[in-house]
Ligand binder design. Structure first.
Ligand code: SF4
Length: 62
């Protein structure tokens, strides 16, 4: 199975950067980012969202 991104709700500050980077993967829900479609962007694009998250709330789950 391919790895999928997960958001730690205890770390997410709701800055919306990941939603701006991958709008088909992440969505804001109650001021927190959630994953709507793990396959909504390429691995490289999701990695960019992971790298840009200021609090490192997004990780890969195998
Ligand atoms: S970039 Fe990180 S802190 Fe910002 S909304 Fe996404 S998961 Fe939350």
């Amino acid at each position: 199975m391919a790895k999928v991104p997960v958001v730690d709700p205890d770390l997410c500050t709701g800055c919306e950067l990941c939603v701006e980077t991958c709008p088909d993967v992440f969505e804001m829900e109650d001021d927190l980012a959630v994953i709507t479609n793990p396959a909504g962007a390429s691995e490289e694009e999701i990695q960019e969202a992971i790298d840009n998250c200021p609090v490192e709330a997004i990780t890969w789950q195998e």
